[in-house]
Design a protein around this ligand. Structure first.
Ligand code: Q0Z
Length: 327
């Protein structure tokens, strides 16, 4: 089943060659001279820093300023978007370390000067082959499935829910990691079979719900609703469960302004709504290629990303730039 949540989330593709990418003169494509590119998504790149292809090595995860709407990447970057997302991931890795170990090593040591602020050094993990989605509100593909069947990912929900309504309790709705195309919603038992360890999968589910609940409560105190989010876990060289990838960023989550929230219809995205509103009136058919974004929409969207960082973290974005030595 096609997941509207995972449609909005970036599905990485494994790079076909472990060689430096050709240097393309495009300001919104990250390219780090000499580092082997090992994976790239719509808006991020991952490079190897050490350790070859086994476990135990270090990776550099780099967030670009690229933005996608309706599954298509626009040719126009949003300045600072990659640094906001990396700063938010860093914040949440620190805040949630008591809940579960994570792959963060450093936002400074080992980060090349040109990537400062937008990159993290992380431990290489053996990633589990499932996307760990938690939903606290009924929206997107969850709303579609609920309307059709009364259930989401095999979880029967109470009758009479309205679109965007908060669920009685957060639910774990895993999906497959599609190499190509869209992720597919699966129930817990299929996720456990893919992982090959039902006890481990139970721990992944429990940790995912605890992370969501903690982050949603924090965000709500800062005027933001965390509707749903996607986590990716792996195992380290000691087979310990570790959370990897990006955590609780606007690209892996649905954040809504609490102000103006009401059930009965879809909610505006905290970060991307200016682009979506502009796109809706632009005549674009929402098929690739995505059009360039006008500069006033770029500026408004950049401000929304920075506002998201400052609201959620309670820190100034300039502090993140100073901490990481970004210029
Ligand atoms: C992350 C992804 C990105 C493209 C694999 N610590 C880790 N160890 C091994 N693999 C991964 C991680 Cl985070 C891993 N992705 C997603 C991120 C660019 C793809 F920045 N895929």
């Amino acid at each position: 089943m096609r997941s509207v949540l995972s449609r909005t989330l970036e599905t990485p593709k494994i790079a076909t060659r472990a060689l430096p990418v050709p240097l393309v003169a495009s300001p919104h494509v990250t390219s780090l001279a000499d580092l082997p590119l090992i994976a790239s998504g719509k808006v991020r790149e991952m490079y190897s820093l050490s350790g070859g292809n086994g476990d135990g090595g270090l990776l550099l995860m780099v967030a670009s300023d690229r933005i996608s709407t309706y599954d298509a990447v626009h040719p126009t970057p949003i300045p600072d978007k990659g640094r906001v997302l990396t700063g938010l991931s860093f914040f949440w890795f620190e805040k949630t370390a008591r809940i579960v170990a994570n792959h963060l090593v450093s936002a400074t040591d080992g980060v090349p000067a040109e990537a400062r602020g937008r990159a993290l050094v992380v431990r290489r993990l053996k990633m589990l082959p499932v996307e760990c989605v938690v939903r606290g509100y009924i929206t997107g593909s969850g709303w579609k499935d609920y309307q059709a069947t009364g259930a989401v990912s095999g979880i029967e929900l109470t009758t009479g829910l309205q679109e965007s309504q908060q669920l009685p309790e957060p639910i774990f709705t895993p999906s497959t990691k599609a190499e190509e195309g869209h992720d597919e919603a699966i129930d817990f038992d299929r996720a456990a079979a893919l992982v090959g360890d039902a006890e481990l999968m139970g721990r992944v589910r429990d940790v995912s719900i605890e992370l969501y609940s903690y982050a949603a409560a924090h965000a709500r105190l800062h005027g933001v609703i965390l509707a749903d989010t996607k986590f990716e876990f792996g195992l380290d060289e000691n087979r310990q469960l570790v959370i990897g990838d990006e955590v609780l960023t606007p690209d892996s989550s649905r954040y809504w302004p609490a102000d103006g929230y009401e059930v009965g219809h879809g909610q505006p995205s905290f970060d991307k709504q200016y682009v979506r509103d502009w796109a809706a009136g632009s005549g674009w058919d929402k098929l690739p290629p995505a059009p360039p974004i006008p500069e006033d929409v770029v500026a408004g969207t950049r401000e929304r990303y920075i506002e998201a960082y400052e609201r959620i973290t309670g820190r100034k974005f300039s502090e993140w730039l100073a901490l990481t030595g970004a210029e």
